[in-house]
Design a protein around this ligand. Structure first.
Ligand code: ADE
Length: 348
């Protein structure tokens, strides 16, 4: 069993969840228009077309479902859609809506053309989700008045609104719910040149001077994820402020990221811990997610939603029918001798 690192120096800098303070920082860097939004080209083209068509018809936009790993810009995209449509965007999240009545009051307070953004939509309680079905399809909600045999149902008309929902777990949504979205888009990891552009844009907005090679190095270690790129940029800025004259060079990026223990592929101590757990406890796998979660003291969901997608994307981890398996590339990266009987290695 591999323990969680105790040392607080091993801060979780590459886990793309959002804390409050960081939220404010992220908000200042968020693009507001498609023209400023870098990457996700196909999604932008499709959404822009849908927006222009809806505007020509003087209609609200069909409901939009955005899914994919955390930190890739689902919330940012919802804000961009709102701006491009000149719509008010009200924001809520799955866990924040506890009762059907909460959602009913949000919906009845919307105006024609408003957007309701629901983050982490897979965490909406099922009873709340069911209220959304007629609301999304026919712009009505049925409210129950009273209880027991005298209870009556009252149907209320709703304005023409748009739901934009975001989730890291598409598979956790029921199919009747998914079917009610007119636009379903999966956000994928960015490529390094796109991340580099995002870093340069953010540096400009932060008034920071960054070398071309420094931006490229940072892009290489940012897990192909804008939120992490911006987070690392902020840490590098701190380092530059204290140890240099404020100009960010490649050498400085190396030093700042080495201090954060973010390695040459952008892995942090937690990613390496997941890989090492599979190597040390399960001879490199295959191992089930629950077993990996137990060995690393992480939640299954965190392994599935946060660590695994990027490790798979990098080709360090494989998902097989019998579980997760560490690849030869991972052994090489970690500098660990692979087991002699590893069949996949005999082939190379
Ligand atoms: N900041 C975060 N995500 C971004 C994106 N996709 N384009 C530009 N800036 C961003």
């Amino acid at each position: 069993m591999i323990e969680r690192p105790q040392d607080q120096a091993e801060e979780e800098v590459v886990v793309p969840s959002v804390e409050k303070d960081e939220q404010r920082f992220e908000d200042t860097l968020r693009p507001r228009r498609f023209d400023d939004y870098i990457g996700q080209e196909e999604i932008k083209t499709n959404l822009l077309l849908a927006i222009q068509a809806a505007q020509k018809r003087l209609e609200s936009l069909d409901h939009v479902l955005l899914y994919g790993p955390p930190g890739l810009g689902k919330t940012t995209l919802a804000g961009v859609i709102g701006n491009e449509m000149s719509s008010n965007v009200k924001i809520t999240s799955g866990p924040a809506v506890e009762r059907a009545g909460d959602l009913a009051s949000m919906l009845t307070n919307l105006q024609d053309g408003d957007i309701l953004f629901i983050d982490e939509v897979h965490r909406l309680p099922r009873t709340v989700e069911e209220i959304l079905y007629p609301a999304m399809e026919d712009y009505v909600i049925d409210i129950m008045l009273g209880k027991g045999p005298t209870a009556q149902s009252l149907r209320l008309d709703l304005p023409r609104f748009t739901i934009i929902a975001a989730t890291t777990r598409f598979g956790a949504l029921s199919s009747p719910f998914r079917d009610r979205f007119g636009h379903i888009h999966r956000l994928d990891y960015y490529n390094e040149p796109e991340i580099e552009k995002i870093i340069n844009r953010s540096a400009r907005l932060m008034g920071l001077t960054i070398d071309k090679s420094a931006a490229a190095e940072l892009a290489h270690r940012a897990r192909l994820t804008p939120r992490i790129a911006n987070r690392l940029l902020k840490r590098v800025r701190d380092y530059a402020q204290v140890h240099a004259d404020g100009i960010v060079t490649k050498d400085l990026v190396h030093k700042a990221l080495d201090l954060l223990q973010v390695d040459s592929l952008g892995l942090d101590p937690n990613d390496r811990r997941v890989l090492m757990a599979i190597i040390e406890n399960f001879s490199g796998g295959p191992a089930g997610v629950d077993a990996i979660a137990a060995a690393t003291s992480e939640e299954r969901q965190t392994i599935e939603d946060v660590y695994e997608p990027y490790l798979i994307q990098l080709g360090l981890l494989e998902r097989t029918t019998r579980g997760r398996k560490v690849t030869p590339k991972a052994y090489l990266h970690l500098g660990v001798e692979p087991p002699a009987d590893n069949a996949s290695l005999k082939l190379v």
